[in-house]
Design a protein around this ligand. Structure first.
Ligand code: ADP
Length: 182
């Protein structure tokens, strides 16, 4: 059973790798960013609440993503395993996730951190041209990452659940490394 938490800065390649691995292992790729972007596109209640935060590179309020993840992880397809991409993004969310997983009898063996140097991240994000990928918003997302998300590396290290993969390699090399771990 593969249950994998993928950590890494914006632009580290979490989404690309999570998608590939999920297909290979036939388990759902659960990306809070993708779910929120779909909600914004459809102008659902969730999307309307999340949009302004996303446009500015801020995290959306914890309660929104926490509710969304709870809903998602109890779906039938998530009982076969999952890859989490973009969640948790701060310590509050990580603590919630541990509590939720205990409650629904799911465990996970590892959180994998995809390591990529800062200057490579900026270049990658400028290259992909997503709506929230303007230079100013990218800069803010990186700040938010360093102040709120990077502490999760220590959080999982203390629980002896942390593994690291060099994300500054070719796409195939990174996939091969991740496959070796899961
Ligand atoms: P990236 O690919 O840059 O890492 P994502 O696609 O994961 O970005 O997320 C895009 C945006 O969605 C974030 O900048 C943030 O506003 C919001 N978001 C996604 N996941 C979370 C989360 N777990 N908590 C709060 N906000 C989130």
């Amino acid at each position: 059973m593969v249950r994998l938490i993928l950590l890494g800065a914006p632009g580290a390649g979490k989404g690309t790798q999570a998608k590939l691995l999920a297909t290979l292992r036939r388990i759902p790729h659960i990306s809070t960013g993708d779910i929120l972007r779909a909600a914004v596109a459809q102008q659902t209640a969730l999307g309307l609440k999340a949009q302004s935060y996303m446009d500015q590179g801020e995290l959306v309020p914890d309660q929104l993503v926490i509710d969304l993840i709870r809903e998602r992880l109890i779906q039938p397809d998530a009982q076969q395993g999952w890859i989490l991409d973009g969640f948790p993004r701060n310590v509050t969310q990580a603590i919630f996730l541990d509590e939720l997983l205990a409650e629904i009898d799911q465990g996970y063996s590892h959180a994998v951190n995809l390591e990529v140097p800062n200057e490579v991240l900026v270049q990658r994000m400028l290259g992909r041209g997503r709506k929230d990928d303007t230079e100013e918003v990218i800069r803010r997302r990186l700040e938010v990452y360093h102040s709120q998300t990077a502490p999760l590396i220590d959080f999982y290290r203390k629980q002896q659940k942390l593994m690291s993969v060099n994300g500054d390699l070719s796409l195939d090399e990174v996939t091969a490394e991740l496959e070796r771990l899961v």
